[in-house]
Design a protein around this ligand. Structure first.
Ligand code: NDP
Length: 241
């Protein structure tokens, strides 16, 4: 019997990268999984792959109504939520400039307000029986460098909010922040600043840490016995500055 048998995990951003790998890892551990993202074809294909214990729910973390509908569907089909993984995120890097004003707003709405919204919507379900909240932050939530200021601001914001919640929700809901360095996913492909995207894609092409590596860490954290809580995990590719 898997460690997650009888538990339900909701994963935002389950259509690619870390979200897909986390869904696979938790499903393999026996969790039933709800896969949330905007690209419904991708989450449906993943739900088909994972079989009976998986459902695909088209949802946009910037549209609270879709998150409320997702929570209602999870409650109706699975009876509730034990684990919420706030993974949906975008990283629209580039030199700080008015040209990217839309990118800034979008990153804050998805990475920070999106995670806050999903959490406040699912909180009652997480509280009901002992839950886990996993927030996917970043090394950029602990450091900053030229060209990533607003992305870093969303992740620093996530870290501060998570620490507050950790204290507020304990012991019923455990809060875990995961802070990866570079992971080979499609994340840099959405960068709108041409030169920055090319540089980031070239860099990410060299990265050997996979989404599966991160998923394993997430599964490890949520599978710990309830007397233990892993609050924060900072991890980088060996050799990353
Ligand atoms: P991907 O680009 O592969 O995945 C991002 C996911 O977020 C997609 O499934 C996408 O789904 C979803 N998403 C984006 N916007 C929305 C939205 N408005 N509503 C719902 N879902 C949305 O990147 P990663 O897997 O790399 O990133 C996952 C998380 O990990 C992010 O929070 C990222 O910041 C973080 N991270 C990644 C690192 C890396 O190097 N890859 C390093 C550190 C942290 P869809 O477009 O279908 O809605």
């Amino acid at each position: 019997m898997g460690t997650g048998e009888g538990r339900v995990a909701v994963i935002t951003g389950a259509s690619s990268g870390i979200g897909v790998a986390t869904a696979r890892a938790l499903a393999a551990d026996g969790y039933r999984v709800a896969l949330l993202a905007r690209r419904s074809d991708r989450i449906q294909a993943l739900a088909d792959e994972l079989g009976d214990g998986a459902i695909a729910i088209e949802a946009d973390v910037t549209d609270r109504g879709t998150i409320v509908a997702a929570a209602e569907r999870v409650k109706a089909e699975f009876g509730g939520t034990d684990v919420l993984v706030n993974n949906a995120g975008i990283m629209l890097l580039g030199p700080f400039s008015s040209d990217q004003q839309d990118d800034y707003r979008q990153m804050i709405e998805v990475n920070l307000i999106g995670a806050i919204t999903a959490t406040e919507v699912f909180l009652d379900q997480l509280r009901d029986g002992g839950g886990d909240l996993v927030n996917i932050s970043s090394v950029a939530g602990r450091t900053a460098r030229p060209g990533n200021g607003v992305y870093a601001a969303t992740k620093w914001g996530m870290n501060g909010w998570s620490e507050s919640l950790r204290q507020e929700l304990q012991p019923g809901v455990r809060v875990t922040v995961i802070e990866p360095g570079a992971v080979a996913t499609e994340l840099p492909s959405h960068i709108t600043h041409e030169q920055t995207r090319q540089g980031a894609e070239a860099l990410y092409g060299q990265v050997t840490v996979t989404a599966e590596d991160i998923a394993e860490v997430i599964a490890f954290a949520v599978n710990r016995p309830r007397h233990l809580t892993i609050n924060e995990i900072l991890l980088r590719p060996a050799g990353q500055a």
